[in-house]
Write a protein that binds this ligand. Structure first.
Ligand code: HPA
Length: 251
């Protein structure tokens, strides 16, 4: 069953025909909220809002281990992370949808492995390719079938938040090779890998990153909401196509 983790702008999945909700207890504490189980056009799907239902959990406070453990425990065969990001690369505009292929991790102090603690053997997972290429390709294919433009391939810089970055930090990330910046991509991706669950991300550019484009003098929070709402509609359609819903007008 496919699992969707929704971020800012996607706290509910309106196309999910909900059957039940379940509060899951995990060895790592509480997930961000109850997992919502249901179907999207007949295809079983589960959903979890990363920041909680009231959007009260800051990026550095999200219990990523509990979230991933709970989804895996309930049979997630793939996890799609939906998250808003700031655009660093010059061609990226607010509203664009990006499928990242690499990660730079600048977060700190987050619980980022299941393989620690008394009696737990250390395991070093391969993370050369942090996202699952086949799942990314399914997302790309669904978007293409719907004629929703997506940009495939971006280096995602994961920052600690909850504050936004300084212009100098964004310049540094760009020198490091980053194309987009967000606060939640890690350790989510590596925890999925530790559980051997294919994981891919759909990033929506909410704004130009600090010091770039119309964020040159500061980030305009007013426009973020509008941008995200428009793009998240497209993300919902991509998810429908991906799980196998018939595409209106397609033969
Ligand atoms: N920086 C970090 N995270 C973000 C941003 C940003 O500019 N926009 C949306 N999430």
């Amino acid at each position: 069953m496919l699992a969707i983790i929704g971020g800012s702008g996607l706290t509910t999945l309106s196309n999910l025909d909900v059957s039940h909700r379940e509060v899951v207890r995990t060895p790592y504490g509480e997930p961000s909220g109850a997992i919502v189980f249901g179907e999207i056009c007949g295809h079983p799907t589960m959903f979890l809002p990363r920041h909680g239902y009231g959007h009260t959990i800051a990026p550095h406070m999200v219990n990523y281990r509990a979230n991933l453990w709970a989804l895996h425990h309930h049979g997630a065969t793939g996890v799609i992370s939906v998250a808003s990001v700031g655009g660093i690369r010059g061609d990226l505009q607010p509203g664009d949808i990006v499928l990242p292929h690499q990660i730079l991790d600048y977060t700190w102090g987050r619980k980022s492995t299941f393989f620690e603690g008394p009696g737990v053997p250390v395991r070093h997972v391969d993370f050369t390719e942090p996202y699952d290429a086949a799942l990314r390709e399914r997302i790309r294919g669904a978007a293409e079938a719907l004629a929703v433009p997506v940009k495939v391939g971006a280096v995602y810089a994961a920052t600690q938040g909850p504050r936004l970055e300084t212009a100098a930090e964004i310049n540094r990330f760009e020198r490091d090779g980053a194309d987009v910046v967000g606060m939640t991509g890690m350790p989510e991706a590596v925890l999925a890998r530790e559980l051997d669950v294919p994981y891919a991300a759909i990033n929506v550019i909410a704004n130009h990153a600090a010091g770039r484009g119309d964020s040159a003098q500061g980030i305009h929070f007013e426009s973020l909401e509008v941008v995200l709402q428009g793009a998240m509609g497209q993300v919902r359609s991509i998810i429908e196509g991906l799980v196998g819903c018939a595409i209106p007008g397609a033969k």
